[in-house]
Design a protein around this ligand. Structure first.
Ligand SMILES: Nc1ncnc2c1ncn2[C@@H]1O[C@H](COP(=O)(O)OP(=O)(O)OP(=O)(O)O)[C@@H](O)[C@H]1O
Length: 270
């Protein structure tokens, strides 16, 4: 479905971010892209979704094909139209718009009103909270719910390939688990997924195949189950997991404390 060959990407003149990346995504798979900070994971997704230019990046060599059509010179809108939709790191939902308006914005590229209605039904089934909170301002949702909204918004154009950039970022372990299950469900419904993650435990559990990027090249690739057993992956990416879970948990506690403090303050003020 997607094939990336000898992909080279630069930012400006001096930064070479990808140095010849090769990978394939099959229509019936979830591919995890692992790697440490700065390895080039987001750059890879930007190249596939055509959004590199927004970050002053360019494809300096190689090619990206989707359904055998070259897409590395297309605009982001044309790529969405072909059925490849990305959820960028940090979610980037429209915080001041309602949940429903966010979904509607995602459905603008849908081929027909009927397709939009079908997609909305699918999104509401996957994420009932988005139906319950349809009229609420998106910025008031929790971090996990905002991630669900970002994924839901991407699904509104019924993509065949969904690109997820670190959906677990900053979320508590239980929410990460939920997002992982939802990614499996999205895949079971017929949408292929590329999942960029620093949380290797979650990613390898969810994915069928995985690649490990290291400073702009593919260092390892294979079946997710096998990579999970590989000593290198265990040492480099699975060992740090306890730490990242603890950090996510700390974030959650901090957010809960802030919420409680806000409630307390408004009670005093009232
Ligand atoms: N807009 C940009 N301008 C210049 N250099 C950039 C830009 N974006 C990324 N880079 C550089 O490109 C390299 C790859 O970055 P990228 O964000 O793709 O890595 P990553 O694997 O996604 O890291 P992280 O997990 O921290 O998001 C890094 O050296 C980074 O500093």
């Amino acid at each position: 479905m997607l094939s990336v060959r000898d992909l080279r990407v630069r930012y400006g003149r001096s930064v070479a971010a990808l140095h010849g990346v090769d990978l394939d995504v099959s229509a019936d798979g979830v591919l995890a892209v692992l790697g440490s900070n700065g390895a080039g994971k987001s750059t890879l997704l930007r190249a596939v979704s055509g959004t590199l230019r927004m970050h002053r990046g360019t494809v300096a060599g190689g090619e990206i094909r989707y359904d055998d059509k070259r897409i590395d010179r297309l605009d982001p809108a044309e790529i969405v139209h072909l059925g490849v939709v990305g959820v960028p790191e940090g979610r980037q939902i429209f915080a001041r718009m309602s949940v429903e308006e966010n979904l509607r914005a995602g459905g603008i590229g849908a081929r027909s009103a009927e397709q939009r209605t079908k997609a909305r039904r699918r999104v509401h089934e996957l994420f009932p909270v988005l139906a319950e909170r349809g009229r609420q301002r998106a910025g008031l949702l929790s971090g996990g719910e905002q991630q669900m909204l970002a994924i839901g918004r991407a699904l509104m154009s019924s993509p065949r390939l969904l690109l997820l950039d670190e959906p677990s970022l900053g979320l508590a372990p239980k929410v990460v688990e939920r997002i992982g299950a939802i990614i499996r469900e999205i895949h079971a419904q017929g949408t292929a997924v590329v999942l960029v993650e620093q949380n290797a435990v979650m990613a390898l559990r969810v994915a069928d195949h995985a690649v490990v990027l290291e400073v702009g090249t593919v260092a390892l690739s294979g079946a997710a189950r096998e990579l999970a057993r590989s000593e290198d992956v265990q040492r480099l990416y699975l060992g740090g997991h306890a730490e990242s879970q603890a950090a996510a948990h700390e974030d959650e506690v901090l957010a809960a404390t802030k919420r409680a403090a806000r409630r307390g303050l408004s009670r005093w003020a009232g």
